[in-house]
Design a protein around this ligand. Structure first.
Ligand SMILES: *[C@@H]1O[C@H](CO)[C@@H](O)[C@H](O)[C@H]1NC(C)=O
Ligand SMILES: *[C@@H]1O[C@H](CO)[C@@H](O)[C@H](O)[C@H]1NC(C)=O
Ligand SMILES: *[C@@H]1O[C@H](CO)[C@@H](O)[C@H](O)[C@H]1NC(C)=O
Ligand SMILES: *[C@@H]1O[C@H](CO)[C@@H](O)[C@H](O)[C@H]1NC(C)=O
Ligand SMILES: *[C@@H]1O[C@H](CO)[C@@H](O)[C@H](O)[C@H]1NC(C)=O
Ligand SMILES: *[C@@H]1O[C@H](CO)[C@@H](O)[C@H](O)[C@H]1NC(C)=O
Ligand SMILES: [Cu+2]
Length: 383
């Protein structure tokens, strides 16, 4: 009963209510990847080699891969490096709720939530954030690889089978323990998603005994009470999840993917980012990743408490990267203002605006991260 209600609600927000065809979405994704790689090769041709003296080339660029295509040893190395962040001291004494360096990322994001979502800097701010995370894992925790991504389109019918969420020691943890609750309210409270089978503490996987400290602030999952009061107040607890297939299967469709990359929504960075994030009362791909995780991952302020956040945002960045390669005339532009959906009203954002990551890294202009091969500082591709 509930499910048909939510289907109706979600259906109302989706132009094409076609049944999910995973193999279709996966085929589209594979084709888009090929198109993007073809553009990369032609951009790298000698005729267009004069790129401002960057030392970054296709040959020395970092390669970000699907989590599933990492070997088990590589996955364990990533997990080990993430655990290492819990042992590093916090770098922002002002935000004293942060107990360690893992928390610092949550803190910086939380503090800036209203100026990095629904804004001109949404795509680039998160691109820079996950790059800094990747660099930290490599420079301070001995990680040898690059940031992996969660391929949303695979296993969307049963996230428990996803190598990212299967609860094994090579996953980022499984579902939460059962916690009776009345689903999640998403899309600014306009869409109700039914509960999955979890909602409590993550039961299995490498992070079971790891404590998170910041938030929750505004979890979409009903029955999870926000307690965060200020930057000095920490709230040690387990990380919670509620794997929610109602979010994944309704949204990770070939039709949404095509719209964003080659369809009407791909026309400008404005239409692309708006369709990616959804307007009030709709569920779109960015949100669907968060609501598929549920629990802590469903909190727009502090979703970084779920270690899978970084794999979700790597996939989002991969989509941005593909869109940029396929739309070179639009690739280096921004659209929007500097406040969440222009609330309160603010000036228009520009490519010279600085990406402020607090103490996580130097503030750099938006324009310096458009090109992931620009070497200023980015140097990576997706495969
Ligand atoms: C799903 O998509 C694949 C690949 O495009 C296609 O071969 C298959 O027939 C589709 N299945 C259904 C049920 O539409
Ligand atoms: C929060 O972010 C603002 C910039 O928006 C910054 O000035 C301030 O120092 C940050 N506060 C903390 C506690 O990190
Ligand atoms: C569950 O939440 C939805 C949305 O807020 C609400 O309409 C519904 O009445 C709730 N159901 C129960 C049993 O509380
Ligand atoms: C978590 O802690 C409990 C109690 O100390 C221990 O039995 C269990 O093995 C730990 N689990 C993991 C995955 O580290
Ligand atoms: C495609 O995106 C546009 C926004 O650019 C939206 O109006 C339209 O409904 C989307 N189409 C589908 C099939 O989702
Ligand atoms: C930003 O993009 C929106 C479409 O999402 C468009 O309506 C608007 O005109 C754009 N603004 C500018 C200044 O280009
Ligand atoms: Cu965010």
């Amino acid at each position: 009963m509930r499910f048909s209600l939510v289907s109706a609600l979600i259906g109302a927000g989706l132009a094409a209510a076609a049944p999910t065809n995973n193999s279709d979405a996966n085929a589209v994704m594979a084709d888009l990847q090929k198109q993007a790689e073809a553009k990369l090769q032609s951009n790298a041709a000698p005729a267009s080699a004069a790129r401002g003296g960057s030392t970054c080339t296709l040959a020395n660029a970092g390669i970000r891969r699907d989590w599933e295509s990492l070997s088990k040893t590589e996955r364990k190395d990533y997990i080990r490096a993430v655990k290492c962040l819990w042992k590093l001291p916090s770098v922002d004494p002002d935000f004293s709720a942060a107990q360690n360096h893992f928390d610092d990322y949550v803190a910086v994001h939380m503090n800036q939530t209203n100026i990095i979502h629904g804004t001109a800097n949404f795509l680039t701010w998160h691109r820079y954030l996950i790059w800094l995370w990747e660099q930290k894992l490599r420079s301070q925790c001995g990680y040898k690889g690059y940031l992996p991504y969660w391929n949303w389109f695979k296993y969307q019918d049963d996230l428990n089978k996803s190598p990212v969420f299967d609860g094994s020691d090579t996953s980022l943890g499984g579902d939460g323990a059962y916690f009776a609750h009345n689903g999640s309210l998403v899309g600014a409270g306009h869409i109700w998603l039914p509960s999955g089978a979890g909602g409590g503490c993550v039961k299995s996987g490498p992070f079971v005994n790891f404590t998170i400290n910041i938030g929750p602030v505004q979890p979409a999952m009903q029955g999870y009470t926000p307690v965060f009061t200020d930057v000095k107040h920490y709230n040690p607890r387990c990380q919670r999840r509620d794997l929610t297939m109602a979010a994944s299967t309704s949204t990770f469709t070939a039709s949404n993917l095509l719209n964003l990359t080659v369809g009407p929504a791909s026309a400008t960075v404005g239409t692309f980012q708006d369709e990616l994030q959804g307007s009030y009362g709709t569920l779109r791909i960015h949100g669907a990743g968060h609501y598929s995780m549920g629990g802590d991952g469903s909190d727009v302020y502090t979703s970084l408490n779920d270690p899978a956040f970084y794999l979700h945002h790597a996939m989002l960045d991969r989509l941005y990267w593909i869109w940029q390669l396929l739309h070179p005339d639009e690739a280096n532009t921004v659209n929007g203002t500097i406040t969440f959906r222009d609330t309160p009203p603010s000036r228009v954002g520009t490519v010279d605006d600085l990406l402020d990551l607090g103490k996580l890294g130097p503030a750099i202009p938006i324009k310096s991260v458009f090109n992931t091969l620009g070497g200023t500082p980015l140097c990576y591709i997706y495969v």
